[in-house]
Design a binder for this molecule. Structure first.
Ligand code: CLF
Ligand code: SF4
Length: 531
């Protein structure tokens, strides 16, 4: 493996500061999409893939995304996914990956605890689906590349389809082997494919990929990235032509591909990508990756958001990715994989009851629609109240699922962040934190790291919070709000925003801009291949 991240022979990418990044829609004439979501051409619906409803897309597409937690932002509050780690080998090397590292307290591409055979994997999926009826999607996302292990990947899908036909099939790949396997993907009814595309220019690719394994040979340098790029574009076009919903994941690597991701967004939209998920680089030195060892940093929260915002108007954006492990189980943002180790599975009595799963999911759907209706109602009220008001702030939310404000501040390991204005309450990301409350007591040493994680937010909505952390948050300029307990998140966020707006109007508070926030790099149970 060579450290080509910062030493490539091709011209270096100029680092562009956030302020210099121009919105894509304003700067470019965008071509009409050739597939996927019907709303791709409407800038106002640029996040359609993540938050749109049945009125925004053809019924057959809505059917594919409505309960897929990655393809629908709304669905991710209610439905779960799981990954099975059946694909250990990889055919390329990324400078942000080290698959040898295995720690169940870690969360980043390639990390996994137990590798499974297809038979073990299917047993595990059926067991999880019996215990977690809202688990609707099985993904193969590593710990290597799903298509560098085609037999194991497709055997798993084939067997699962026979035993649990209601589970949606999903996979992620770096795309190198994709064109040759598209027909097989279609044969197994895999409706959702993610391709990790970090560049559309091999000169930039050279700084990310030291080598690929191609036609029985290791190829390095510019040529390696050229081949990878061509295969990725060809594979994407083939999937689009066959009606497979394709999501593109890109890792934002400051100074290497930050500005370039706007170009990536444009190119993948042109080829019919349904969603574009721009994720932060995770690169701590202790991970042992090339980027970790060369000191390549990840982006801050506002650097990530600036690139995502600059892509609005292009391919639809996904912002709720949790960079899951290759063996993750549960809602995005939680990891229940420890409950389903092979030892435990052997003791479990598994009854796969399709009817029971359906009944449960019908209840989940009622709750999800109630959340959607509450949001629309709150938006209509706030738009009428504050027409023409362009104030926009970020709000952090403590939730344990169901789309509601229902978690105590001290128990949070991940805040959800919403961008709120009179006209929207939009999920824009999450922030991992160490739990403030340890053993029943608040740990004051944790508080500064929590503040750093949500430092760009004006308020944090919680189910409950103690007087001490509340005072400390207030001193840091963040309002801790516990009056919306149990309320749907968007309704609560808009409720607080309307109140905040009226306090500004009355002179009770003076609005001030917030600073940047830190994206937590390590120690999280939950992650995978850049799925
Ligand atoms: Fe897994 Fe990926 Fe399918 Fe989702 S994850 S294979 S599309 S079922 Fe989802 Fe996890 Fe982000 Fe992937 S949150 S890393 S985007
Ligand atoms: Fe392979 Fe995925 Fe790791 Fe890249 S991140 S080297 S594609 S396993």
């Amino acid at each position: 493996m060579q450290a080509s991240a910062n030493t490539g022979s091709m011209p270096a990418t100029t680092y562009v500061s956030i302020g210099q990044i121009k919105p894509l829609g304003a700067a470019l004439e965008l071509p009409k999409s050739s597939g996927g979501c019907d709303t791709l051409d409407d800038e106002s619906k640029a996040t359609c893939g993540t938050s749109a409803g049945p009125d925004d897309m053809p019924l057959e597409i809505w059917d594919k995304v409505k309960n897929h937690p990655c393809y629908s932002e709304e669905a991710h509050h209610h439905y779960a996914r799981m990954h099975v780690a059946v694909a250990p080998a990889c055919n390329i090397q990324c400078n942000y990956c080290n698959r040898k590292y295995d720690c169940s307290n870690e969360s980043r591409p390639g990390v996994v605890s137990q590798k499974l055979t297809p038979e073990q994997a299917v047993r595990k999926v059926v067991a999880v689906a019996s215990e977690i009826p809202q688990m609707t999607v099985l993904g193969v996302a590593g710990p290597g590349d799903s298509l560098a292990n085609p037999k194991k990947t497709f055997d798993t899908f084939r067997m699962l389809q026979e035993q649990a036909p209601d589970i949606k099939l999903c996979m992620s790949t770096n795309g190198l082997a994709l064109p040759e396997l598209v027909d097989e993907i279609c044969q197994y009814n895999i409706d959702h494919v993610t391709i990790t595309i970090n560049m559309v220019d091999p000169a930039i690719g050279e700084k990310i990929y030291p080598w690929i394994f191609w036609n029985h040979k290791r190829i390095t340098g510019y040529e390696a990235s050229r081949i990878l790029h061509e295969q990725q574009m060809k594979g994407l076009e083939m999937l689009t032509a066959r009606g497979v919903l394709t999501k593109i994941n890109s890792v934002l690597i400051p100074g290497i591909n930050d500005e370039h991701l706007i170009e990536v967004n444009r190119e993948v939209k042109k080829r019919g990508a349904f969603l574009h998920n721009i994720m932060p680089l995770i690169s701590e030195a202790e991970h042992g990756t090339v980027f970790g060892l060369t000191g390549q940093r990840g982006p801050s929260a506002s650097e990530l958001k600036a690139v995502q915002d600059a892509c609005m108007g292009g391919a639809n954006l996904m912002r709720h990715c949790r960079q899951c492990r290759a063996d993750a189980v549960g809602l995005l943002g939680e990891d229940r994989s420890e409950e389903f180790t092979m030892d435990k599975l052997e003791q479990m009595e598994v009854v796969y009851d399709l009817g029971k799963r359906k009944t449960y999911q019908d209840k989940v759907e009622v709750e999800r629609q109630a959340q959607h209706a509450a949001k629309q109602e709150a938006l209509a009220a706030s738009s009428a109240l504050m027409a023409g008001d362009d104030l926009q702030v970020l709000v952090a939310v403590a939730t344990k699922g169901g789309g509601r404000v229902n978690e105590h501040f001290g128990h949070v390991t991940e805040f959800q962040v919403f961008q709120v204005s009179a006209a929207e309450a939009l999920f824009v990301g999450h922030r991992r934190v160490d739990q403030y409350c340890q053993g029943g007591e608040g740990d004051d040493e944790q508080l500064p790291s929590v503040v750093r994680a949500i430092n760009d937010c004006h308020a944090v909505l919680v189910a409950k919070i103690g007087a001490c952390p509340k005072d400390d948050l207030t001193a840091a300029g963040i309002e801790a709000v516990d009056q919306y307990v149990g309320e749907f998140i968007e309704k609560a966020a808009l409720g607080w925003f309307n109140d905040y707006r009226s306090r500004i109007a009355s002179g009770a508070v003076v609005h001030q801009n917030r600073g940047d926030a830190q994206i937590r790099q390590g120690a999280f149970t939950g992650l995978a291949e850049a799925a």
